[in-house]
Design a protein around this ligand. Structure first.
Ligand SMILES: Cc1ncc(COP(=O)(O)O)c(C=O)c1O
Ligand SMILES: N[C@@H](CCCC[NH3+])C(=O)O
Length: 463
């Protein structure tokens, strides 16, 4: 792959907002393995490939926009997490990031557990054969029906999120003649360094029961008294897309303190703690996420140290990564439709999808990268904003990036690291048909979630 020099730089480099790319990458054709899944490369003609399949043929067969999910990459990440935490800990994949029956089967085969947060996610997990005892059920407002179903099928744990729910789950379990294993989700008061909407452990928000003011201790008191519940541990999730381990350190310390208080008050040592998910991934080449083994080592050390100091047996740890497993495994393939250079500003590149297949940029100001994938180019870099086709000026997929100046309608471009929270948060805005998810592996592609059709949408509209 040749490296092109760009002595003049982009015409619009001076308008780059702070915190985004300050200079174009040295080689626009380079598909950085940091942000692309394991089997992505380019063939001899410069066309990008995944699992040995070229994106031009994939676009012809499956259409655009479409998500391509690299099964080999996904499975390797599952194994990396499972190996890093070992047999004395549990890894629960957070299904909210992206869930389908194929995903459930892969998780099962790779020995992972699953965290679900709705009755329908639970149904998907069960339909694909995930054993109920390997499922954790989350949510700040689970309905009675959802709770009944979860208890009835025998989920491994329900994570209690409010005082009302403690009683609700206990009653339902008792009425079914069962004792449900539960954890209590606490908010530890950590300000995770991430976007406000995806930080979840500061006190002023809807999740969990605050450690502050003794509320979590009171929740434990109540849960321990109820026959329908078997309290197995404490849960804390501090937020999402986090790089800094300091937040987890504070969280683990505070959770262990609570375990010590529980031991002192009730003479009970709760056997488990769950430190949630939230580990960040590389969306651009500037991001440097931690590897699972580093994360496991750091978390194990913190928990062991704190438990030793408190004279507690080290509890069994569990974690719930979603994004860190599926995020890097997929990219979204789009076709370029229109190109609008705005003199003195930037060039708007419109694709055939948008905020309906990736809401994260509009919602969290998320950063993504993008590459021309149907060919290589030696043209100079131009500063672009990749936008969708929706009736919304905030319909932005990639806020600031560089693409070759010879980009033309009909070119295929791809946005990497869209495996998490893109298809799962996709919408039908403007009656967009949600794109398919195509799994690719060893030269074969297969649709695991099909593209919606006009008929699907019209069937919902019952007149
Ligand atoms: C309780 C819980 N666990 C796990 C996750 C997964 O987070 P992530 O996909 O960032 O790892 C979330 C979402 O933030 C969550 O709310
Ligand atoms: N949906 C969010 C993360 C929050 C998920 C669950 N609490 C994202 O795209 O980053």
């Amino acid at each position: 792959m040749s490296r092109s020099a760009h002595p003049a730089g982009p015409r619009h480099a001076d308008v780059l907002p702070e915190g985004h790319y300050s200079a174009p990458p040295a080689d626009l054709n380079f598909l950085d393995p940091k942000v692309w899944s394991q089997t992505v490369g380019r063939d001899a003609d410069g066309v990008a490939t995944v699992a040995g399949l070229d994106v031009t043929s994939l676009a012809e067969e499956f259409g655009t926009p479409a998500y391509f999910l690299d099964e080999t990459d996904f499975r390797a990440r599952c194994r990396a997490w499972a190996d890093a935490f070992g047999k004395d800990a549990d890894v629960f994949y957070a299904g909210k990031a992206f869930l389908s029956r194929a995903i459930v089967r892969w998780l099962h085969e790779e020995g992972l557990n699953l965290d679900v947060c709705s009755g329908t996610e639970l149904a998907t997990a069960l339909a694909a054969g995930m054993p109920a005892e390997r499922i954790a059920f989350h949510g700040n407002n689970k309905s009675e029906d959802e709770i009944r179903r979860a208890v009835d099928v025998g989920v491994g744990r329900i994570v209690l999120d409010s005082f009302q729910e403690i009683v609700r789950v206990a009653h339902i379990a008792q009425s079914l003649g069962k004792r449900q294993r539960v954890q209590i989700r606490v908010t530890v008061g950590v300000e995770a360094h991430t976007h406000e909407f995806i930080a979840t452990a500061h006190e002023d928000q809807k999740f969990g029961i605050a450690l502050a003011g003794g509320q979590a201790a009171e929740a434990v008191r109540r849960a321990l008294k109820l026959d329908g519940l078997e309290l197995i541990g404490i849960h804390s999730h501090i937020g999402s897309q986090i790089f800094d381990m300091a937040g987890f350190e504070v969280s683990a310390r505070r959770v262990v303190q609570l375990l010590a208080e529980v031991r002192d008050e009730h003479g009970v040592e709760l056997p488990e703690i769950d430190l949630g998910g939230g580990l960040g991934i590389a969306y651009t080449s500037d991001d440097d996420p931690r590897e699972p083994h580093e994360i496991a080592k750091a978390l194990n050390e913190i928990v062991s140290r704190e438990c030793e100091a408190a004279g507690l047996r080290t509890p069994r740890i569990s974690v719930e990564p979603g994004r860190a497993i599926v995020g890097p495994s997929a990219f979204t393939l789009y076709e370029v439709g229109t190109i609008k250079p705005l003199e003195g500003l930037r060039t708007y590149v419109s694709v055939d999808g948008g905020m309906s297949d990736n809401i994260r940029t509009a919602l969290y100001d998320a950063e993504y990268s993008v590459a021309l994938v149907s060919r290589t180019s030696e043209a100079e870099p131009m500063l672009v904003r990749v936008v969708g086709k929706h009736c919304e000026s905030g319909d932005i997929v990639v806020r600031d990036a560089f693409l070759p100046a010879d980009l033309a309608p009909g070119d295929l471009i791809a946005v990497p690291a869209t495996g998490a929270y893109c298809r799962s948060m996709a919408s039908n805005y403007n009656h967009a048909l949600r794109p398919p998810v195509v799994a690719v592996r060893d030269g074969e592609a297969r649709v695991i979630v099909r593209r919606e059709t006009e008929e699907d949408l019209l069937r919902l509209d019952v007149g």
